[in-house]
Write a protein that binds this ligand. Structure first.
Ligand SMILES: *[C@@H]1O[C@H](CO)[C@@H](O)[C@H](O)[C@H]1NC(C)=O
Ligand SMILES: *[C@@H]1O[C@H](CO)[C@@H](O)[C@H](O)[C@H]1NC(C)=O
Ligand SMILES: *[C@@H]1O[C@H](CO)[C@@H](O)[C@H](O)[C@H]1NC(C)=O
Length: 182
């Protein structure tokens, strides 16, 4: 029998759940794969391009790009983002920028600045052109703080970064990233 007391408890529980803030889901983001291709090995090649799993949710990215025609002072970057849904589909945007110009004034491309501020901490790329050294990314681990900067739905993403110099595409880095909520 459905007593009044039982009903009161249910109402009380309902009010309680409405008052307590919802439990914040634990969010994490990690690299799941990386692929690097050089289209002009006389210009640039990859000494390595790899991921290293430190724990199930913590994956570090390592990249070493050798540059053979120094100095490099004409760089363009295309960032193409895909999200997985029956294969990888274009997501958000596909943008090509003059990278040397961007480095002179990062604030002009707010999303680019956010990404650069992150990558700068793990690499030697954060300076204005020219580049007269190899490009090295070391121990780049995505964290929940990075997710907060770039709030996107959970899922699998592909960030395809194509790098050109002197109006020719030279290399592509495809980074696969997964955002999960528990
Ligand atoms: C993004 O732009 C590049 C260069 O214009 C093009 O080659 C590529 O196919 C585009 N990607 C998508 C998903 O439209
Ligand atoms: C990147 O370089 C710019 C300009 O020199 C500097 O303001 C910024 O703090 C650097 N970012 C990092 C993460 O070192
Ligand atoms: C980069 O090089 C290409 C080919 O030499 C040239 O057409 C282009 O104007 C250069 N870009 C800049 C910003 O100097």
């Amino acid at each position: 029998m459905f007593s009044l007391k039982c009903f009161a408890i249910i109402i009380a529980l309902y009010i309680l759940t409405q008052l307590t803030p919802p439990l914040v889901a634990y969010v994490y983001v990690k690299f799941t794969n990386i692929k690097c291709v050089s289209y002009d090995k006389a210009f640039a090649d990859f000494r390595y391009c790899k991921l290293k799993a430190l724990s199930p949710n913590k994956v570090a990215l390592f990249l070493h790009v050798q540059l053979f025609q120094l100095p490099v002072n004409n760089v363009s970057i295309n960032l193409d983002v895909y999200r997985k849904a029956n294969g990888y589909r274009p997501f958000l945007f596909n943008k090509t920028s003059d990278f040397c110009q961007f480095l002179r004034n990062p604030k002009r491309i707010p999303l680019g600045k956010i990404l650069m501020d992150i990558i700068a901490m793990y690499s030697n790329i954060n300076h204005t052109c020219p580049y007269n050294h190899d490009i090295i990314v070391k121990d780049f681990i995505l964290t929940t703080q990075h997710v907060q900067l770039l709030p996107v739905p959970t899922g699998d993403y592909l960030l395809r970064i194509s790098v050109g110099a002197y109006n020719e595409f030279k290399a592509t880095v495809s980074a696969y990233v997964q955002r999960v909520e528990d």
